[in-house]
Write a protein that binds this ligand. Structure first.
Ligand SMILES: [Zn+2]
Length: 483
């Protein structure tokens, strides 16, 4: 008896919780419907949601926020739809450990490959869809139906699969659930007594035209057990004439009839070329590849075969007009290479010695120590310092002269042989005295490759007459004949 009371008490608590969950009975007029109908809606984040995943607006109202019976507004002109993959999906994985941006790109690619739709990256289009992460896991995704106007957010949670993106995006493209079709009772039997009361309105027939045959495998079809109160119960069964059977319903990918349905609504552009969607990260990756290709083919940087003559130099950073120097006139190992206004003293002067075709070593005249990437580091931002000579690649620099690169001055590029990256300021715009140099890859500014930092070598003298054992017999080093 006590057990029974306890159970009954728990049930009451659950009912109270369910009510607090906020299922509210509300009448709505959906796009293209004749009048209002009742639904149970609940608040998910800031949106009222009906039929499980359809956003009805962010306030309780009689008509949906974007309610329209204007077909030309409801669908997307020319089937061209701008989509923004929000950064909240970029480095996130779903519950199965799959990267969510990759899922979004896969779904978008599927529409572009298989349908007349042209899904493009959002730039300045007035109306667009943003795919955004929601931490709520009471659903897989949420979307309004049809074009709303302005930015419309499609929420995706960690329960997502590629199907979630396909399904929610199809809502945003203007499609209802397949079992909401006016002719569905010929093909399925819906048993709302198997669903909790607040879910029974999810199975109503909605307005709209149907251009294709009923599709049990549609990505827009509820599953057979959708909103069932008990595991194993079926709210939807298949009907063939008078024969009703349990069946599998709903697909994970666009079915042939989904594709036909999209193409019958979006018949524009059918003969135009397909597009490939490129979000900002794809564009950035492509630019990197393009830049690397151009650099290796010489098209962008126009490397010349010019060789630098050995000697004593002052070295100017062309972008700032300042000169290389060893910080604080230090003679110590580890002192950093910085930029400074030119001063006629030895820590602003460097010996340049050629050790192979295009490969040089650079030493500070005042200390006799060699310019190298600290600790043989190869990471972007590795400091560049002076140190005793050691026969290894971090002390060797490839010097090549280039012309005409995207607004940067022509000049010499100083590339570390160990890392393959360039002697640079940490950012292109740094112009203060004392700013220390590093090695780093060329970066991006607003998605475009930034100009390579270049140097001018201004010869002010020759190498010392007597070399002091600076050239050794290690591989790659030429034995210097003493003068
Ligand atoms: Zn849905």
């Amino acid at each position: 008896m006590q057990q029974l009371l306890f159970t009954a008490g728990l049930l009451l608590l659950q009912l109270a919780a369910s009510s607090q969950n906020g299922y509210i009975r509300q009448s709505f007029k959906l796009p293209f419907s004749q009048g209002e109908k009742d639904y149970y809606v609940r608040l998910a984040g800031t949106d009222y949601v009906l039929n499980g995943d359809i956003i009805a607006g962010n306030t309780l109202q009689k008509t949906m926020l974007y309610q329209t019976n204007n077909h030309d507004f409801y669908i997307w002109p020319k089937g061209e739809i701008a989509i923004n993959i929000d950064e909240s999906l970029t480095n996130r994985v779903n519950r199965a450990g799959v990267n969510m941006r990759k899922q979004a790109l896969e779904a978008i690619g599927e529409f572009n490959r298989l349908t007349n739709l042209r899904l493009v990256s959002h730039t300045n289009q007035r109306d667009y869809i943003t795919l955004k992460f929601s931490p709520d896991t009471t659903y897989g995704g949420l979307s309004p139906v049809g074009r709303v106007g302005g930015e419309q957010i499609v929420w995706i949670t960690a329960l997502s699969s590629v199907r979630t993106y396909l399904h929610e995006l199809m809502h945003s493209f203007g499609f209802y659930h397949e079992q909401s079709r006016h002719d569905r009772d010929q093909y399925v039997v819906v048993d709302t007594t198997k669903a909790a009361p607040e879910f029974r309105y999810n199975f109503q027939i909605e307005p709209g035209v149907t251009g294709t045959a009923y599709d049990y495998n549609s990505v827009m079809h509820y599953s057979a057990g959708a909103f069932a109160s008990k595991d194993g119960d079926r709210t939807i069964r298949c009907k063939n004439g008078n024969v009703v059977t349990d069946c599998s319903l709903g697909g994970n990918r666009l079915s042939d009839l989904d594709i036909a349905g999209i193409n019958s609504s979006y018949f524009y552009n059918a003969s135009l070329p397909r597009v490939v969607y490129k979000d900002y990260l794809v564009r950035k990756e492509e630019q990197q590849v393009m830049f690397t290709n151009q650099q290796s083919s010489g098209a962008l940087t126009k490397m010349t075969n010019q060789q630098l003559e050995e000697g004593m130099y002052k070295i100017k950073l062309n972008q700032t007009g300042k000169y290389l120097a060893i910080e604080g006139v230090s003679k110590d190992n580890g002192a950093r290479l910085v930029q400074w206004d030119y001063v006629d003293q030895a820590n602003h002067k460097f010996y340049i010695r050629k050790i192979a075709d295009g490969i040089y070593v650079i030493s500070a005249v005042h200390s006799g120590r060699y310019i190298n990437a600290a600790g043989q580091g190869t990471a972007d931002g590795t400091p560049v310092i002076q140190w005793d000579y050691a026969a290894q690649d971090n002390v060797r620099w490839k010097l090549y002269y280039k012309t005409g690169n995207q607004g940067s001055a022509s000049g010499w590029v100083i590339q570390n042989k160990n890392s393959g990256t360039n002697l640079s300021l940490p950012s292109f715009s740094g112009s203060n005295n004392g700013e220390a140099l590093v090695i780093r890859k060329q970066g991006y500014s607003d998605g475009a490759p930034e100009a390579i930092q270049t140097f001018s070598f201004e010869k002010i003298g020759n190498l010392p007459l007597r070399e002091q054992g600076l050239y050794d017999n290690s591989p790659g080093m030429l034995k210097k004949v003493k003068q």
